[in-house]
Design a binder for this molecule. Structure first.
Ligand SMILES: [Zn+2]
Length: 290
C-alpha cells in the first residue's frame, strides 16, 4: 500500500507540465475577404455567407445573445483536402483518422526561388538539400511548403499573381513537381502536405492537378492557404490540424497550429519516454525499500 502511495506522490512531482513552448497559428481568419478559386455555384459571389440572426440584449434570457448562420465553400481560405476530393471511395472529411491530424512538423522555405520564378516547382533535389541542412524528414510528417504567398493574403490579384483573378488559367503560383510528390509519399511516408498557396499544383503547369492526383489517392491529406509559415521553425515542431468533422465533405475549413519548444512539443515524445523510465525506476526502488 505504501508503495502505491509513494509512487503516486512521485508521479505528481515529476509529471511534465505544459507552458513555455510557442504556439503558432497557421490559419487565416475566415471572413468576407476569404480567398477561394472561382469555381462555386455563384462564381465568386456568396462563398462566405455569414448572417447575424441575433446580436443584442435578449429580454427572455435577461442576457446578451449572439447567434449567427454561416455557409462557406469547402475549399476557401485555410482548409484541408480530404482524400475523397481526388479519389473515389477514399476518406471524406469525417473519415480522416485522428492520427493523421497530428504529427511532426516540417517547413521547407522556397521563398527565394519563388521570387525569381513565380511558377517554381519543388524538386527532389530541393528536399535532399533541405535534409542536408537539417535532418531527414521524419516518417509520417506534416510537411509545409513556404512559398511566401501567405504574406500576400487576402489581396486577390497579388495572391494569385494575375490581373484577372476570375480566370484560373492566368494564375501564377509555385508548386510541387509531381515526381517530388511521389517521392515524398514513397520515401518519407508523409501524412499531410501543406502550402501557403491555393494549391500544391502550380498555376501554369498544366490543366491537370497532378500533385492532387499523387497525394490524395495515396491517403495524404492536403492543406491549402496555410498562414504564417515564416513563423514556424523548419524542424522540431508538432502540428495539430482541426478540420470541421463534416459528413461526406471533400474538404473544409481547418484550424492549424504548430507548437514548438521543450515544454509542449517535448511532452509527447522525449519527455514521455524519460517520464516512464523514471517512474518504473522509482517504483522498483520504493518496492525494495518498503
Ligand atoms: Zn482544396
Amino acid at each position: 500500500m505504501m508503495c502505491i502511495i509513494w509512487t503516486l506522490v512521485l508521479l505528481v512531482a515529476i509529471i511534465p507540465r505544459p507552458g513555455g513552448g510557442t504556439v503558432v497559428d497557421l490559419t487565416h481568419t475566415y471572413g468576407p475577404d476569404v480567398l477561394y478559386p472561382p469555381i462555386g455555384p455563384g462564381g465568386t459571389a456568396d462563398m462566405f455567407n455569414f448572417t447575424i440572426m441575433h446580436r443584442g440584449y435578449e429580454p427572455s434570457l435577461d442576457a446578451w445573445l449572439e447567434i449567427n448562420w454561416f455557409g462557406v465553400f469547402e475549399h476557401g481560405s485555410t482548409h484541408v483536402d480530404a482524400p475523397a476530393h481526388y479519389a473515389q471511395g477514399r476518406a471524406h472529411l469525417h473519415e480522416i483518422p485522428v492520427e493523421q491530424l497530428i504529427g511532426p512538423g516540417v517547413m521547407i522555405d522556397i521563398t527565394d526561388k519563388a521570387k525569381h520564378d513565380k511558377d517554381y516547382l519543388l524538386t527532389i533535389q530541393d528536399i535532399l538539400a533541405w535534409e542536408e541542412d537539417h535532418a531527414q524528414i521524419p516518417q509520417a510528417s506534416i510537411v509545409m511548403l513556404n512559398t511566401g504567398k501567405h504574406k500576400l493574403y487576402p489581396n486577390r490579384k497579388l495572391f494569385y499573381g494575375t490581373e484577372t483573378p476570375d480566370d484560373m488559367t492566368t494564375y501564377h503560383n509555385p508548386g510541387v513537381n509531381p515526381d517530388t510528390a511521389k517521392w515524398l509519399i514513397q520515401n518519407r511516408q508523409v501524412k499531410a502536405f501543406g502550402t501557403d498557396a491555393h494549391s500544391c499544383d502550380p498555376g501554369q503547369n498544366s490543366n491537370r492537378n497532378r500533385c492532387h492526383e499523387e497525394f490524395l489517392p495515396n491517403g495524404v491529406i492536403l492543406l491549402e492557404f496555410v498562414a504564417n509559415l515564416d513563423r514556424m521553425p523548419p524542424v522540431n515542431s508538432t502540428i495539430f490540424l482541426g478540420p470541421m468533422k463534416m459528413r461526406d465533405g471533400s474538404g473544409g475549413p481547418c484550424r492549424i497550429l504548430a507548437i514548438y519548444g521543450e515544454d509542449i512539443a517535448g511532452v509527447s515524445a522525449g519527455n514521455a519516454m524519460s517520464f516512464s523510465i523514471l517512474l518504473s525506476t522509482s517504483a522498483l526502488v520504493l518496492n525494495l525499500l518498503l
